[in-house]
Design a protein around this ligand. Structure first.
Ligand code: APR
Ligand code: PHB
Length: 392
């Protein structure tokens, strides 16, 4: 079987790539190791930048999103017991949108399938090869049978644990990595959001907490916990009690509680691998980089990478140009490193480090006050949070 582009992974990166290529008349096939229900219900982050929302809309995948999203003109912060609001709309004329990643994935799958783009679920890519030649291949297993796809290019959109990054020879690859000494306990609850905007809290004694949401009736909240913490140690009462303490008491703000329907602990890591291209393999999204969730950049970076990739593939098929392929790594990584810096910065400012000395704790609070207490500081925060330009 031959297609122009073989895509591994049906996350936001793989599905957006398939859609962009289809709209340019370039054929692709998407292989996904999990089943459809699994990828459509996998709970992940849920914040979209304007650039991501625009691309989802322009590619005809935003119809339900525009009905169900929650539009946020500003974000709240609590630091040193004080409450701040960063009004992105006022500061930079931009905003962000809450719409769960699994909802994005559901919509992308539906639109791709309706357009006739093949997505094969429960098809695990086992091997890729021929990357240096002009006919790379993907060997995969589906229904107990080994199959091979021969293509012109491979889109490695297979997430952090996929096989594509590993196919780039170690000798030419450089990985940049930082593991944080804490994780996030995330919960989903049948409770109206505590505020209509997200609240990021830094509590000097107890650590970080985030209050976000999925709908007017469903809250999503996170607590900083030790990285090896088990969710088993956290009863519903303990979670609400801790969220309340980290939020603190503020006039007109009451912690909204309800039945917790899901809880899990996620480790926190920053990671970048370069190059993102090897011959005819291009990696994108979590396959190439991951960010701690504090900056809410993961899904947005996956989408911007494949925008750059689809543009390069279009230039190749429509005009025979290959220059954009040569710039793929550099173009993507410029934005990725911007998001890496922001994610690290906001993570470092908002979390308590286990071995931090009292000086660092005070310095951290002073930094938060400097950023949140000035228009210049808030503008820098807002520009990064609302999203750097797709092509910088
Ligand atoms: N064969 C086929 N599919 C695979 C293979 C394989 N060998 N290995 C992994 N996959 C699939 C995974 O099951 C997953 O559905 O690749 C997909 C990768 O999707 P994501 O992990 O969602 O990655 P990406 O599309 O880059 O989106 C990044 O996801 O993890 C979050 O925070 C992250 O929001 C960010 C987003
Ligand atoms: C989420 O809604 O899950 C979310 C929002 C913002 C973040 C992280 C997670 O920074």
């Amino acid at each position: 079987m031959h297609v122009q582009v073989g895509i591994i992974g049906a996350g936001p990166a793989g599905l957006m790539l398939a859609r962009l290529l289809h709209l340019r008349g370039i054929s692709s096939i998407v292989l996904e190791s999990r089943n459809r229900a699994y990828v459509e219900t996998r709970l992940r982050a849920g914040l979209l930048e304007q650039g991501s929302v625009d691309l989802i809309n322009e590619t005809g995948m935003g119809e339900r999103m525009q009905r169900e999203w929650m539009v946020h003109n500003g974000t709240e912060y609590v630091a040193g017991g004080e409450r701040y609001r960063v009004d992105m709309w006022d500061l930079i004329n931009r905003r962000v949108y809450i719409y769960g990643q699994q909802e994005v994935v559901k919509d992308m799958i539906a639109v791709n399938l309706a357009a006739g783009v093949p997505i094969i679920f429960e098809a695990e890519a086992r091997e890729i090869g021929g990357l240096d030649g002009d006919k790379p291949f993907i060997r995969y297993r589906a229904n107990g049978v080994e199959e091979t796809i021969v293509c012109d290019f491979i889109g490695g959109c297979d997430g952090f644990h996929g096989i594509c990054r590993e196919a780039i020879p170690k000798a030419i690859r450089k990985d940049y990595d930082r593991v944080y000494p804490f994780g996030w306990l995330g919960i989903l609850a049948d409770a109206a959001p505590t505020s209509h905007e997200l609240i990021y809290c830094q509590n000097e004694e107890r650590g970080f907490a985030l209050f976000t949401m999925r709908s007017p009736k469903v809250s999503r909240c996170y607590l900083q916990v030790p990285p090896d913490e088990s969710e088993e140690n956290w009863s519903d009462d303990r979670i609400w009690d801790e969220l309340g303490k980290r939020l603190g008491k503020h006039e007109g703000l009451t912690l909204s509680t309800g039945k917790i329907t899901q809880k899990s602990v996620t480790p926190m890591r920053s990671f970048v691998s370069e190059p993102m291209r090897h011959g005819r393999l291009f990696i994108a999204g979590d396959s190439a980089h991951i960010v701690p969730p504090t900056g809410a950049k993961g899904m947005n970076l996956a989408i911007s990478d494949v925008y750059v990739l689809a543009k390069a593939m279009t230039a190749h098929y429509e005009r025979g140009e290959t220059e954009l392929f040569d710039h793929y790594t550099e173009t993507c990584l410029r934005r990725v490193w911007g998001a890496q810096h922001f994610s690290w910065w906001i993570t470092s400012m908002m979390h308590n480090l286990p071995d931090e000395n009292p000086f660092d704790r005070k310095r951290q609070l002073a930094e938060l006050r400097a950023v949140l207490g000035s228009r210049a500081g808030q503008t820098l925060l807002a520009e990064n949070y609302a999203g750097l330009p797709i092509e910088m």
